[in-house]
Design a protein. Structure first.
Length: 442
């Protein structure tokens, strides 16, 4: 409000401004602007003064009422609180940035409000604001996103509910976002700024370290190196002490190559045992508790990918794979929420035959069992034998795709299941008619 008063070139001396309570009073007419939190209906009741009827209520960041509050019910209660007994030309203004999902509760509420005779919906964006108020740098940033990611631009800058792609990082393009570290010169490596390492610790699942540094030459976040270990896949479980030792070696290798000490290690606070071991073995590097805000993290990664301000090394194979298959649950999108699918929740139907060393067996008969199965060795490019385990039901009544092969066989699988084609591993939903599913030969 103070910034707005300044931009309108109105002297602050014409107002009485207090911080406790937070109020701004225009001295000429003795009209007052009250400020209150939006944590609940009780916060708004306290600013009602029978002798000074409220003329206007502005509710900002409306999405938070639906994300953290009671949504439509809470808004209706607030409206009723101020309308009751108020015959002084009362108005309410609701402000919010539309979520990209048209099914989001706040977007659905807005559509209902549009049907009211006493409601006017006005959509504005940054183009309606004077350039001198925004600054040319912000305008240039918007135009850059318009060029690199038109869909993200329409949501971030134009406020359109553009819809949610089931593939979370739809803007990821290998030719734009992946680089070969072998052609990244020594001088450039040594100009890398702060280096951070993210740790995804798994006791049963894989443990991954991903290193990235600030590249001041290219003005981007550059992925540097990756560590991956899965006890299930390797048959060797590691303790927190083992992982801390591996992390120390990982840091040492980076520091030798980039001539810079690693600045930060980010670890989920729940991995207390690992954190303790890392602090003991690598005391000179700061450990930062990782924030488990998935929604915020996804939003930030989407933006730096859209602006092409993130590069991933060809050595970070598991990160590249994860970005390529990370997706939202389709049912959650339909309900107005974006919930990422859990890793490896893809599946095939129970009657699917699995090629085990004991013959072909329906997968439903393998639930709860361990054994050996014929598979494809992606490194050696030929048929191999590996252990199967943790066979379980991952969904009920979910949509499935039926893939018909040249020999007439039909395989039914969920949309996110990967199949090996001439283009590499592709989710079944993204298969094209010209794709060929590779046949594994001995």
């Amino acid at each position: 409000m103070l910034r707005g008063i300044g931009r309108l070139k109105i002297p602050k001396s014409k107002f009485k401004i207090t911080k406790s309570p937070m109020e701004i009073t225009y001295k000429w007419h003795n009209t007052t602007i009250y400020f209150a939190g939006s944590d609940g209906i009780d916060d708004t009741k306290g600013i009602i003064d029978e002798d000074k009827p409220i003329k206007l209520v502005v509710l900002d960041e409306l999405t938070e009422f639906f994300d953290d509050g009671e949504g439509e019910d809470e808004l209706s209660n607030i409206e009723a609180t101020f309308v009751r007994g108020n015959d002084s030309g009362f108005q309410m203004i609701y402000l919010y940035n539309p979520p990209k999902n048209p099914n989001a509760p706040v977007n659905q509420w807005c559509k209902k409000m549009e049907e009211r005779d006493d409601c006017i919906h006005i959509h504005t964006d940054y183009r309606d604001v004077p350039v001198q108020w925004l600054g040319q740098a912000l305008i240039d940033s918007a135009r850059q996103m318009e060029l690199t990611d038109p869909k993200m631009y329409r949501w971030i800058w134009l406020g359109e509910a553009v819809g949610v792609d089931d593939l979370i990082y739809y803007m990821f393009e290998p030719e734009k976002h992946i680089y070969n570290p072998d052609v990244y010169g020594k001088k450039s490596k040594e100009s890398i700024g702060e280096i951070g390492i993210g740790v995804d610790y798994g006791q049963q699942n894989a443990t991954v370290f991903e290193a990235a540094g600030i590249d001041y030459e290219s003005q981007c976040l550059r992925g540097l190196k990756e560590y991956y270990h899965s006890g299930r896949e390797s048959g060797k479980q590691k303790s927190p002490s083992d992982y801390a030792k591996d992390l120390k070696q990982f840091c040492d290798e980076i520091e030798r190559e980039y001539k810079r000490v690693v600045s930060y290690i980010f670890i989920d606070p729940s991995a207390s045992g690992l954190i303790e071991e890392v602090r003991r073995q690598i005391p000179h590097i700061s450990i930062v508790p990782a924030r488990n805000d998935v929604k915020l993290g996804i939003s930030r990664v989407q933006k730096i990918l859209s602006f092409q301000r993130a590069l991933i090394s060809t050595e970070q194979k598991y990160l590249v794979k994860e970005i390529g298959i990370y997706q939202y649950d389709l049912k959650s999108i339909e309900k107005g929420k974006e919930i990422p699918l859990k890793v490896n929740d893809h599946c095939v139907t129970g009657d699917t035959l699995i090629d085990t060393v004991d013959g072909q067996i329906p997968i439903r008969d393998l639930v709860g069992r361990n054994g050996l199965v014929y598979c494809y060795d992606n490194k050696k490019k030929h048929k191999a034998i590996s252990e199967f385990y943790n066979v379980r039901r991952t969904g009920r009544n979910v949509p499935v795709f039926a893939v018909t092969l040249e020999n007439g066989a039909i395989i039914k699988m969920t949309a996110e299941h990967l199949v090996l084609t001439q283009r590499g591993w592709i989710q079944v939903r993204h298969l094209k008619k010209k794709d060929k599913i590779l046949k594994i030969k001995t």
